[in-house]
Design a protein around this ligand. Structure first.
Ligand code: HBI
Ligand code: FE
Length: 289
C-alpha cells in the first residue's frame, strides 16, 4: 500500500466521472469519529472571538458539532436550504477543471478522509475537517456563496486564458487565508486558517506577518507558501466588497497583471494600504535554524 492509500483509505475508492465517491459514512470507525470530536472541540474554542460572525453563526445553523463526522448528504440538505450549495465527497484533490465545474454548480468537493493521528495538528491535503469546519460555514453566507460560484466560473475561464496561477492566488489569499474587518478589529474567514489552531492565533495576533488591505491586482501578483503559515494576509472590508471587487471582467485584470512582476510572499509595496507591516521574525527564526 502506498503511503497515500495508507493514510487515506478513500484513495482507491470507485469514483464517478465528476470524481465524487461514496462517503460510506457507516464505515467511519469510532476512533475516526472521536478524532473529529477532538479536532472540533479544540478549534471551536480557539475560533471564539477570532472567527468571523458568519462562520460562528453558520456552525450553529448547520448544527456542526462534536458528535462525530458529519454525513455530507444530511449536511448538504441543511446547507442547500440556506444558500443552494451542497457538499460532495471526494477522495482527495481533484483536477482543477473538475474542481471549478463543481464550484460553478454550487457543489463543494470535500475530502471524505480524516487526517491520521500523526497529522492531528497539521496536514497539507484538505481532509474532511479542513473542508467541512473550514470551508462549509462560509458557504452558508449568501454573498460568499455567490462569490464561490463566480470563482468556479472564473476558474474555467482562467484555464482557457492560461491565467490559472493568478486566479489560484485569489483563492489562496481569500477563500483559504483571508481576514475580514469586523467588530473594530480583524477576524478570520479563510478556511486554511479557520481549520488550524496555530494559524488561527498567528494570523490575528502575531507581529510577524504583514496584513494588507485587499487589492485584486496586488493579490493576483503575490506568490504564496503552501507548507507553512502565510507571510502576508489580505484583509477585506466585507463579503459584499469582495464580491464587488471580483464582479468584473477578469480578462482585463489578467492583461494588467501579466506584464507586472510577481511579488514575493513577504514583500510589502509603497502603495500597499497596510494594517501592519510585519516583523517577519517567525520566518527569520525558521530560516536561521
Ligand atoms: N480539489 N478536492 C479539492 N479541493 C480543493 O480545494 C482543490 C481541488 N483541486 C484544485 C484546487 N483546490 C486548487 O488548485 C484550485 O484553487 C485551483
Ligand atoms: Fe481548502
Amino acid at each position: 500500500m502506498s503511503s497515500t492509500s495508507l493514510k487515506n483509505r478513500y484513495h482507491d475508492a470507485p469514483r464517478a466521472a465528476d470524481f465524487t465517491i461514496d462517503q460510506a459514512w457507516d464505515t467511519y470507525s469510532a476512533a475516526e469519529h472521536d478524532r473529529w470530536d477532538r479536532l472540533f472541540r479544540r478549534q471551536r474554542e480557539i475560533a471564539k472571538g477570532r472567527a468571523c460572525e458568519t462562520a460562528l453563526k453558520a456552525m450553529e445553523a448547520l448544527e456542526l458539532s462534536a458528535s462525530g463526522i458529519p454525513h455530507m448528504g444530511e449536511l448538504s440538505d441543511k446547507l442547500e436550504k440556506i444558500s443552494g450549495w451542497r457538499v460532495v465527497p471526494v477522495a482527495e484533490l481533484v483536477p482543477d477543471e473538475v474542481f471549478f465545474d463543481h464550484l460553478a454548480n454550487r457543489r463543494f468537493p470535500a475530502g471524505a478522509f480524516i487526517r491520521p493521528e500523526a497529522e492531528f495538528d497539521y496536514l497539507q491535503e484538505p481532509d474532511i475537517f479542513h473542508d467541512i469546519f473550514g470551508h462549509v460555514p462560509l458557504l452558508a453566507n449568501p454573498v460568499f456563496a455567490d462569490f464561490m460560484e463566480a470563482y468556479g466560473k472564473g476558474g474555467q475561464r482562467a484555464m482557457q486564458l492560461g491565467q490559472l496561477h493568478n486566479l489560484a492566488r485569489l483563492y489562496w489569499y481569500t477563500v483559504e487565508f483571508g481576514l475580514i474587518r469586523e467588530a473594530g478589529g480583524l477576524r478570520i474567514y479563510g478556511a486554511g486558517i479557520l481549520s488550524s489552531p496555530q494559524e488561527t492565533v498567528f494570523a490575528l495576533e502575531d507581529d510577524s506577518p504583514n496584513r494588507v488591505a485587499f487589492d485584486l491586482q496586488r493579490l493576483m501578483r503575490t506568490k504564496y507558501i503552501i507548507d507553512d503559515f502565510q507571510q502576508t494576509y489580505f484583509v477585506i472590508d466585507s463579503f459584499d466588497a469582495l464580491l464587488d471587487a471580483c464582479y468584473k471582467d477578469f480578462g482585463n485584470v489578467y492583461q494588467q497583471v501579466k506584464d507586472q512582476p510577481d511579488i514575493e510572499a513577504h514583500e510589502t509595496l509603497a502603495e500597499d494600504a497596510l494594517f501592519n507591516k510585519g516583523t517577519l521574525d517567525y520566518f527569520r527564526k525558521k530560516a536561521s535554524v
